[in-house]
Write a protein that binds this ligand. Structure first.
Ligand SMILES: [Zn+2]
Length: 396
């Protein structure tokens, strides 16, 4: 019998059960990828939404990890906006110690570096991305950020942790590490996908093994504040289909009053019902309906002799294509800008991933966009498909 990874309660209810799924970022050369159970649970006692069976994080975030932030213009632009905002808000001087956890290929710290900040440290467990950061001159430790590890590094005036809180198996150890790593007056900003958006928009394909937990503001706040920290401000931001950015300080830090945004968001989540199972109860039937609609749409196009391919190889695309039970006979190939993913196969479906040039030569009739969070960017960049009557398919 499984128990809640936060409060140990056994009162867990199933939100959606995908059965066996491959790891969403396990891009491979050969056709035999390992699959693992993927079921999402809701805890009726602390409201944490979580994967039922955790896969060892060392298996997921391995040296072969293929997600590189720098390949998305949207992500880079968001990074620049964040830089302007945070350096103003905290009045950060150039000597400030800045640590980024899960710094990936160092794109965000590079923005700080270009503006003259030099006391920078990235912490990133996946060697493939960390090496890319190091090559670009960003000081990076190739490690998982844990409480034990935090004792070995200097302290931060600004600690940044984007899209990592939901990726850690032991969320309490991770938050304790943040508390330990902050200077007395230091501030941490944490971004994660917002459960509210995920459920409101029914983004079922954003559930995958890499995301151990799915956080509402109320649950995240309660976990963070059990470690001598205070969430003093929060913003709802666009990234990853709707995320939160939390501003965090130590308990005794007298600067920065708690803003109204905090109580407003708590109220919004309670009104929506994130503290009751009911709000999660129709996700499964919605997912099945969406799956059947997409299947029919694409099969109909193929029946009349049209060629349908995909654009992008994001993690959510892996989940969607597997959920659709698609193979090479349904979608001949996908294309991706990230050269690290090219000439590999989509996990589980074995649909090959090629470079973007292939579309220009092949001139397919329909291009099904998988990374819907950057669909405007993609459609803008590839307007030329209209020249041969090509069309994009989007489902969100
Ligand atoms: Zn719980």
């Amino acid at each position: 019998m499984s128990e809640c990874k936060n409060c140990k309660s056994k009162r867990l209810k199933s939100v959606i059960n995908f059965g066996k799924m491959p790891l969403a970022n396990d891009f491979i050369k050969s056709e035999n990828v390992k699959k693992y159970d993927l079921e999402i649970m809701f805890c009726e006692d602390c409201y944490l939404v979580q994967v039922k069976e955790y896969i060892n994080h060392k298996i997921i975030f391995n040296d072969n990890y293929k997600y590189f932030s720098s390949y998305s213009k949207t992500i880079i632009d968001n990074g620049k906006t964040y830089f302007e905002k945070i350096t103003n808000k905290l009045q950060l001087d150039k000597e400030a110690s800045i640590i980024e956890v899960a710094s990936n290929d160092g794109y965000l710290l590079s923005i700080f570096k270009e503006k003259g900040y030099h006391n920078l440290l990235g912490i990133e467990p996946t060697k493939s991305t960390a090496d890319s950061a190091i090559k670009n001159g960003i000081n990076t430790e190739i490690e998982f950020f844990t409480y034990d590890f935090s004792k070995r590094i200097h302290k931060a005036d600004l600690l940044i942790a984007n899209n990592v809180l939901t990726h850690v198996p032991d969320i309490h150890d991770f938050v304790a590490a943040i508390e330990y790593s902050l200077n007395e007056e230091g501030i941490a900003t944490i971004e994660f996908q917002h459960l509210y958006q995920l459920i409101k928009n029914k983004y079922f394909e954003l559930f995958y093994h890499e995301h151990f937990t799915y956080l509402s503001f109320i649950t995240a706040k309660s976990i963070i504040e059990s470690h001598g920290l205070i969430v003093f401000d929060v913003e709802e931001i666009q990234s990853q289909g709707g995320s939160l950015r939390l501003y965090i300080k130590k308990n005794h830090n007298k600067h920065y009053k708690i803003t109204d945004n905090v109580s407003r968001l708590v109220k919004k989540e309670i009104n929506f019902g994130l503290d009751h199972f009911k709000v999660f109860s129709n996700l499964n039937s919605y997912a099945e309906q969406t799956r059947d609609n997409i299947k029919k749409y694409i099969k109909d196009k193929k029946t009349v002799g049209k060629k349908v391919v995909c654009y992008g190889a994001p993690a959510k695309g892996t989940i969607l294509l597997n959920y659709l039970n698609f193979s090479k006979s349904d979608i001949e190939y996908t294309v991706d800008k990230n050269s690290n993913k090219q000439n590999l196969l989509m996990p589980g479906t074995n649909i090959p991933i090629y470079s973007i040039d292939v579309i220009k030569k092949d001139k397919p009739d329909y291009i099904f966009i998988l990374p819907w969070n950057i669909k405007e960017e993609i459609m803008e960049e590839h307007q030329y498909i209209k020249e041969w009557g090509g069309e994009f398919i989007t489902y969100r």
